[in-house]
Write a protein that binds this ligand. Structure first.
Ligand SMILES: *Cc1c(COP(=O)(O)O)cnc(C)c1O
Length: 375
């Protein structure tokens, strides 16, 4: 069996261990310490725009805290992009609220601003104004932030920006992760940088950050004993894992460059193939190309190609199955135009790691080429 080629695997810089050793040497083996503070300031420096970042246990916990801080509670409705990973939507249900799913548009594969407005109007006419909008930059491609924000502003609904897949992407010169009322990042093992598991909430003020940290550390009131006047969470990032994050921040931009060059490699190799199309960057958009995705001409071609790659021990994966099709979410309201269903049928994510070698890329390309010769 040929060695496995993964879709997206962790890629260390070599600097991570020195931060971890420092944590051990100084006994900061806890969910606070110099690496947590250092990682947060690295992220703030990177994101710019005067943001305040709190490092958390996961992107999912960052989404959950954001919803809590937006006041989402039992009986509320929250609009969520249907085409996404389930972690975008689950925290809505943690809060006892209901998701309302909105379909995608074709230019970025993210939330369609027209469908968003249709959904908001319809929910309002049914008597419930949505409490928040969760928009996602899938695979690193920024969503149409101006258009989404315009609709959100028109109805005074805050936007929660799920930037789990898009650290290093830019929208009209601004970093993804700075475009919402709250934003979240993920450092899971498959993301563009990783702390093995981790995430962050990005807020607009020091006070909001402090409140997020308060909630993430069991909501302890100011007293010598343990005093609680609200429900808390254990969502803070470990100082050990933050050490990995500090090492990863030093190579974030080179990881973005490598992922973009993977995408360029696939584009050059297959753009002439009439059965394969690519998602282009609209003007003013800069994608980190977290995953390189292609669209095939049919579901059959897509599945055939996936199996041909699997036979060669190459991992690939269909695009996210939309939430409105998921057994757990299918009974919630959804506002659909067919785009995310079609993308799910025809789309395939190809291996995209920043540690892919030229030989591995050639192996992938020749497997794809022989599939199209024989199919
Ligand atoms: C990975 C991911 C998350 C969740 O992040 P975790 O750190 O794994 O909890 C949320 N949303 C999207 C779009 C993701 O890809």
């Amino acid at each position: 069996m040929k060695p496995k080629i993964w879709l997206s695997s962790p890629h260390m810089s070599g600097n991570e261990l020195s931060y971890i050793n420092e944590a051990f040497d100084t006994n900061w083996v806890a969910p606070l310490g110099p690496n947590v503070n250092g990682f947060e300031s690295d992220l703030q420096f990177y994101l710019k725009d005067n943001k305040h970042v709190a490092a958390l246990a996961s992107g999912t916990s960052a989404l959950h805290l954001s919803l809590i801080m937006l006041g989402v509670s039992h009986g509320d409705e929250v609009i969520c992009q249907s085409k996404t990973f389930s972690a975008s939507a689950n925290p809505i249900v943690y809060q006892g609220a209901s998701p309302v799913f909105v379909d995608s548009e074709r230019d970025t594969w993210n939330m369609c601003p027209e469908q968003l407005e249709i959904a908001i109007k319809d929910r309002i006419s049914k008597g419930t104004k949505p409490k928040a909008i969760i928009a996602v930059h899938l695979y690193g491609m920024p969503y149409k932030a101006d258009e989404i924000n315009e609709v959100a502003l028109k109805y005074s609904i805050p936007v929660l920006e799920d930037s789990a897949e898009s650290l290093g992407s830019l929208y009209k010169g601004k970093n993804c992760g700075t475009l919402g009322d709250f934003s979240i990042l993920s450092f899971n093992g498959n993301k563009i940088i990783t702390t093995s598991g981790g995430g962050a909430i990005v807020t607009k003020s020091k006070e909001l950050k402090q409140h997020a940290v308060f909630l993430a550390t069991q909501a302890r009131d100011d007293a010598p004993h343990y005093l609680h006047s609200q429900i808390g969470y254990n969502y803070r990032m470990s100082n050990i894992l933050a050490g990995i994050g500090r090492g990863q921040m030093r190579i974030l931009d080179s990881h973005v460059a490598k992922r973009r060059s993977n995408h360029q490699f696939y584009f050059d190799a297959f753009n002439h193939n009439s059965k394969i199309t690519f998602l282009k960057e609209p003007k003013g958009y800069f994608s980190n190309r977290w995953l390189s995705c292609i669209l095939l001409d049919s579901k059959e071609t897509r599945e055939g190609l996936r199996l041909a790659l699997e036979k060669e021990n190459i991992e690939s994966r269909p695009l996210w199955k939309p939430m409105h099709q998921q057994p757990i979410f299918k009974d919630y309201p959804s506002y659909l135009n067919g785009v995310s269903d079609e993308l799910f049928e025809k789309g395939l994510c190809l291996p995209s790691g920043s540690n892919l070698t030229d030989n591995e890329l050639e192996r992938i390309a020749s497997t794809i080429n022989s599939y199209f010769v024989t199919c």
